[in-house]
Ligand binder design. Sequence first.
Ligand code: MIG
Length: 765
Amino acid sequence: MFGKIVNFNVKQQEVEILFENGKGRISIVSELIIHVFSKLEENGKSKAIEEEVLWNTEFNAAMVGECLVISTAKVTIKVYEDFLVDFYHTNGGLLCRDYRGERKQRLVLSEELIELMAKEGHQLKNEVNNHKIQVLKELEGDEYFYGLGDKTGFLNKRGYDYEMWNTDDPTPQVDSYKALYKTIPFLITVKAHGVYGIFFDNTNRTYWDMGKESNDYFYFAADRGNLDYYFFAGEEMKDILKGYTALTGRVNRPQLWSLGYHQSRWGYETESDVRKLAKDLRDNHIPCDTIHLDIDYMEKYKVFTWNKVSYDAPKKMIQDLREEGFKIVTIIDPGVKAEEGYKVYDEGVEKDYFVKTPEGEIYVNQVWPGDSVYPDFGNEKVRQWWADNQKFLLNYGVRGVWNDMNEPASFQGEIPEDIIFSDEERKATHGEMHNVYGHFMSKATYEGLKKYDKRRPFVITRACYSGSQKYTTAWTGDNHSIWAHLQMAIPQLCNLGLSGMGFAGTDVGGFGSDTTAELLTRWVQVGCFSPLFRNHSNKGSFYQEPWQFGKKTMDIYRKYVELRYKLLPYFYDLFVEGEQSGLPVLRPLVLHYETDVRVRQCNDQFLVGESLLVAPVVMQGARNRMVYLPEGNWIDYWTGKEVEGARYIIADAPLEVCPLYVKEGSIIPNYPPQEYVGEKEITALILDIYQGDGGYTHYQDDGESFDYNEGVYNQYEFSITKEGIFTAELSHRGYEKLYSSFILKVNGKEREIPFEGRKLEIKLK
Ligand code: MIG
């Protein structure tokens, strides 16, 4: 307990508070972002926020009675005895108050009952488990919670509890799971009178109760680390996400091909399997840019080796495939086979790069290669070494790296929490570094690719921490081919986006268990709108490439992959915009319509940008569904029919239809059909125009390099009015390949307008 406030002291933008029994600090990061901190143990720097910035902000701090009141133009913070902190809008309204009471036990169980239930394996717990760091925030009653990374269940996290402890558990993940692969201790709260965000920057195991235990409070807690959280205020959800990503970083624009279709499976075991796959894709005209190689390409699962028995000449294979437009992404696990004579192991041992037991021995557990050791990614030297190892893959022509098993996973029991990991130069424990292991592995991979490939790195990870979005994309791990997991895909991807990790996808068709024609069909209708669009499946499960279930399924599948390729410039523009706004590509409806209570728990629809509303069918057997359209007018993408919003409609959805609506006044750029990115030189940009008032910004660059940082890109501004006046204008010119024309598509009719860089104005009707 901190006790009473004794004194406070302002140092630039930090307010240090002296309590009777300890010290606290409130930092003014900006007028909307407040950092609450008290040092409780030795700890390294933030892993999520690499450069701690305090934007120049005016504020006042003064004691008012027993209370320390700090005000920026937007937020007023009241600090009380025991370091209780309340946040208000500076113009008056309450944002969020610390809860004053003790935690309550909802259900008291007898010892006898606990024992009895244990006989069948039920693990009941009785006592309220108070944590060393425990921040209880008052609930007013109307809060909805979003974010928290990849947690199972539905969009709104209210009424559930979670833990942050990166976990590899391939059994079908359901709503009652406390943790999955990722730790993103960030949430956004929406309530009737405001919105706020909280980021608890603690890498240890943390506990989150979103009003499950009681309707009076929610909490976040930990037994290690510091009291260290950020409070974000703003007018709307977008401001909160912008603030969070301003601190932890944003998704950078990817290489364009990585937005195409990816085909994967564990595993295509031999070179001829891979060549056959590529041929099948092209023969069946399923557009595809990327083929993923799972662990079978390695020699005995040893990372940075190639199995030359099943692959005759991998370099030649990759080169041949490249000529067909395919890029190869290879998997890399962190576990290094403990085998003398194996270069990666020998080097790591010699340089002291593996994690150790408290007694100073290299720690050994098991993963795919058998006995394996774990690189100590928390240390920069180890990361540099890992970055250098990427050269091995790049020399073969590999274009991206897929990082798996980096929770880190282990087959012989959990890695004990006292195993010694590094936090840079400082010795730390597994308990402290576990949740950032995948983050640092991704960072090392990113840096290796950036240094040696020079193009925008394409990295996929399973485990991550807040801030990993700067370095890597993510997939949601081992889902199953079950309808519940197609249903879960939507809230999971929406919440990942609201957690800053916007470049994400699920295994289309489902990873474990066997998919069906119908499930695969409905999944591709979600997958083609997911930022990362990859079909992947488990060894031993049915093959689920698009042709595996016959022509009808394949034809529908192809239609949606083709739709994705058509929409590529729209996806790309959304990524470029996200660099500024922090907004994800795939968004829950609540992000744009947060005052509409009807969308706050919408679990089976989502937006791509602001213009496209997707209402996929996620129920077996359903051939129509209810769709909620928010305010405004919407146009049915398939029929062109206009539908009024702010109401529910029943949409027809035979197997080949994924209900899709475009907001009026939208301009959506399209590419012509291609089987892979770059197949055609695109000189005419298609603009799909939906009449109404609207504007659109389009970005054009080489889709690959970092040259855009030097201004090598073109930026186009388009607009449309209700009266049918269309304008096009270049707002930045720096990339040589200017479009020579625009193909305007209005009500199904096309009209080509030449463009020479000068402003255009055209009457459409
Ligand atoms: O424990 O590399 O989630 O995508 O195919 C299995 C084999 C290890 C788990 C990944 C999955 C991948 C599989 N891996």
